[in-house]
Design a protein around this ligand. Sequence first.
Ligand SMILES: NC(=O)c1ccc[n+]([C@@H]2O[C@H](COP(=O)([O-])OP(=O)(O)OC[C@H]3O[C@@H](n4cnc5c(N)ncnc54)[C@H](O)[C@@H]3O)[C@@H](O)[C@H]2O)c1
Ligand SMILES: O=c1ccn([C@@H]2O[C@H](COP(=O)(O)OP(=O)(O)O[C@H]3O[C@H](CO)[C@@H](O)[C@H](O)[C@H]3O)[C@@H](O)[C@H]2O)c(=O)[nH]1
Length: 480
Amino acid sequence: MKIKNICCIGAGYVGGPTMAIIAQKNPKINVTVVDINEKRIAAWNDENVENIPIYEPGLSEVVKEARGRNLFFSTDVDAAIDKAEMIFISVNTPTKTYGIGKGMAADLKWIELCARQIARVAKDDKIVIEKSTLPVRTAAALKDILDNTGNGVKYQILSNPEFLAEGTAVEDLQAPDRVLIGGDIDTEEGKAAMQALVNIYAKWVPQESILTTNVWSSELSKLTANAFLAQRVSSINALSELCEHTGADVNEVARAIGMDSRIGPKFLKSSVGFGGSCFQKDILNLVYIAKSFGLNEVADYWEQVIIMNDHQKRRFAENIVKTLYNTVSGKKIAFLGWAFKKDTNDTRESAAIYVADYLLNEQAEVVVYDPKVTEEQIYADLDYLGTRSEEENRKLVTVIKDPYEVCQDSHAIAVLTEWDEFKDYDWKKIYDCMLKPAFVFDGRNLLDTRELTKTGFTVSSIGSPLVRKTKEERKSAQVS
Ligand SMILES: NC(=O)c1ccc[n+]([C@@H]2O[C@H](COP(=O)([O-])OP(=O)(O)OC[C@H]3O[C@@H](n4cnc5c(N)ncnc54)[C@H](O)[C@@H]3O)[C@@H](O)[C@H]2O)c1
Ligand SMILES: O=c1ccn([C@@H]2O[C@H](COP(=O)(O)OP(=O)(O)O[C@H]3O[C@H](CO)[C@@H](O)[C@H](O)[C@H]3O)[C@@H](O)[C@H]2O)c(=O)[nH]1
């Protein structure tokens, strides 16, 4: 099956970068990324490639190379569907906020709208690919809609989940650990559709890294991968609290266990809690599916990962209040970082939002600096919670584009994102401009606690006890 035109519905964090790489590696295939969000498409088409709507290291270079050659961004969804032999669905699948499954199940409204639009427009056979993360067995629902509302054309549904992580999207897409393709392995048409997609990835991914499975295994593997990754973070975070009570250091514990090749060193970084648009949503989705089959123990097992994560965010905020003599009312708390991880401007489910909300409830004054997140986004994140009025959020929270100014006259600094630049600041200068005692709450174990303590800070890092003085200082105090 020769593919000449690809359409991708959804020009977001996944659709944009994934299609940019597919277009870069397959210069003979026209790839059109469509979206109903006109502002987003305009940004993808911005003459200055640095203004594309998603910040990812290396992405603007890829877009620059392919855009206008065989990579296009458009709001004309119908035209792109009509022309394409292969259609990726890469729209958002957030947690449902209403009705049955509220707060747990994935909201498949946008997926269904895409299916109905494809069915209405398509005049010839199409391969439809689930790129969005979906509950297991969604392909059956898609097929049902396409077959029953379509123009009598034939559809092959494939599942091709995306494993890229934000901040390293280009790297992950260029050298993926694996590409997973699920399809109808029992029919010739199904196998041909899978092969057509394999051929596209085989332009740059080694054959042995392209895995083909039945469609249900592929759908479930995506949820499982995220559940396992998040579970590691919650596991180390659970132990970070125990470390704080026992004098063990969570970094040392993580290092020690990570050297066991059966455990491995990745995803053992203790933090203020995981964020991002995927982990929580996908685990809740898994929990919901398990519950819907009556598998309550399975559901409870995975739900604990979320419970532990919520606990971690809350106890970080609580620790700030307790350490600052049980009140932060009227106190200025400087936030370094708002994004859910470094090297991205994405703030979805970022721990910073929840920590800020907690401190604002305690009447703190929060001042934020993040190198990539806009002021507009920070206010939107807080407004979305609906805890207080928009006016109050703007009164209590200030966003400043200079890290030193953010720390000026503050009672405490909270590190919420692990941006590299935070390590290189002139911490003496920061110390001098803060109120004393000057506190640092390092939610990422990013900063050099020893150095900061020497400078005079009182430092509280996740997974290690509060440090006011260096070991040397303690020793010499003991000697004298
Ligand atoms: N963000 C990630 O790192 C990541 C990684 C792997 C998988 N995923 C999954 O990929 C999917 C997309 O995630 P995302 O982060 O790219 O979301 P996103 O919100 O950034 O992008 C989705 C886009 O789809 C558009 N859209 C929605 N309905 C549409 C329609 N009917 N027609 C045209 N456009 C429509 C929206 O306007 C939006 O721009 C989700 O299922 C997510 O779970 C995300
Ligand atoms: O040791 C660690 C690793 C991660 N995190 C946090 O966990 C969250 C998620 O990080 P990461 O997984 O790197 O970013 P995402 O972009 O959310 O990527 C995850 O979610 C995507 C969407 O499904 C998947 O495609 C990726 O494979 C999966 O890693 C972030 O808040 C990180 O700070 C930690 O606290 N400690």
